[in-house]
Design a binder for this molecule. Sequence first.
Ligand code: PGA
Length: 251
Amino acid sequence: MRSKIIIANWKLNGNWSFNEEFASALSKGLKEIDLKDRQIVICPPNVYLQQMNGLLLEKSIFLGGQDLSDELSGAFTGETSGAMLKDFGCRYVLVGHSERRERHFETLDVIVKKAVNAISAGITPVVCVGETSEQRQNGMMKEVLSEQIQSLVTGMGDQIDAVVLAYEPVWAIGTGETATLEQAQEAHQWLRSEIEKVNPAIAQKLPIIYGGSVKAGNAAELLQVADIDGLLVGGASLVPHEFLSICLAGL
Ligand code: PGA
């Protein structure tokens, strides 16, 4: 049985006092709760990693970055390496979020390099995949996902073993339109079957989490879907009581 991972992606949100209140509410809410191997991960903006590292004291709460450089060091203004994220206590890092693919033109090759860099720094990359609404409407969902998985498998080989995959249909991100349970299961099962073709053992243990308009009201049912191993939460992760209910959903 794969354990569940719930990840908060704060994006470009948060500030010193909000972070304090959030960490205190979350730590209080999770104290003495048996999370049954469930891991909670908070991905704040990088500048707040150190602050959050000092505040998140519950042992089931981990820190994550929202992105890392595809380079290791050198003259790359504005970049943050995997090793730097590791120094600040990150155990996870998001890679290839669709907002970065769209706005920062991240290609599949760059995404592979970032995932490999995260692993060499000792951090688990949470690699985001997913189709746009146009691609879905044109019946290309499976094809798009296969291409994304293929590039990971080709570029990473067995290192894919150390990845968490996040299925994030682009049309569901920040839109309020969550994938139905059937749509989510179909995509997750497809992703798992694509990896199975290359390595059945890895496919069985690889966590595949769902992201796209997850809320307190739909978290429990999503977590019950057979191939959903966790949730990646954007907007709802900024409301402490809402995120807390998501962390506890279905326990
Ligand atoms: P959302 O974002 O929950 O606001 O849809 C999810 C994400 O971007 O990871």
